[in-house]
Design a protein around this ligand. Sequence first.
Ligand code: DX5
Ligand code: ZN
Length: 217
Amino acid sequence: MAKLSPSILSADFSNLGADVIKASEAGADYMHIDVMDGHFVPNISFGASVMKSLDKYDTAGYDVHLMIEDPDKYIPDFVTEKTEFITVHQEACPHLHRTIQHIKSYGVGAGVSINPATPLSSLGEVLADVDLVLIMSVNPGFGGQSFISSALKKIVKLAEIRESMGYDFQIEIDGGVKMENVREIVEAGVDIVVAGSAVFGNGDIDNAVKDFLSAIR
Ligand code: DX5
Ligand code: ZN
């Protein structure tokens, strides 16, 4: 049984509260918060103030994905009572171990993500410390891209490593997840599925969430 984390990147920003409430009421487990700085990725999305504007609503907890350079500077801004995970990119963190400890010091789950071209071996020294590993199945920066299938091999391998080493992080996938491929993705060993355009881009958020939940639970 996997969980669903709809990415608000594909929500209607002029109606963000309403969209997020709809997805939460339909049963989404988390809200995926895609933060882009125009440096680490070639796009700018939004910052912590937009996320915090949702604090006043009864929504699923935040699953924050920082696609930014120098994330340590901004981690405290994303800590709220509703923050479940803060995930940084291995490629953006020269002192990844320190950054992971920094996230944990606020009592929220620490996640680390790798781009499609980054090997799993780059995470070997931190897998014992993290609460979540986010495998990117698109090159980060935009919603609505196609799933890169080599991510499935990474998922299978990561699940094997977790099993053999007795680690307990969650495995999350992000990018190009649709109703057509979500079962195969979950069967490969994913615990948390991110879906942006497939949830917020199809005009019926309630049914999109429910369809995903029935496919992954
Ligand atoms: C990509 C983001 C993803 C993206 C997913 O840079 O990290 O979370 O919004 O969007 P879809 O599901 O449309 O590929
Ligand atoms: Zn994301």
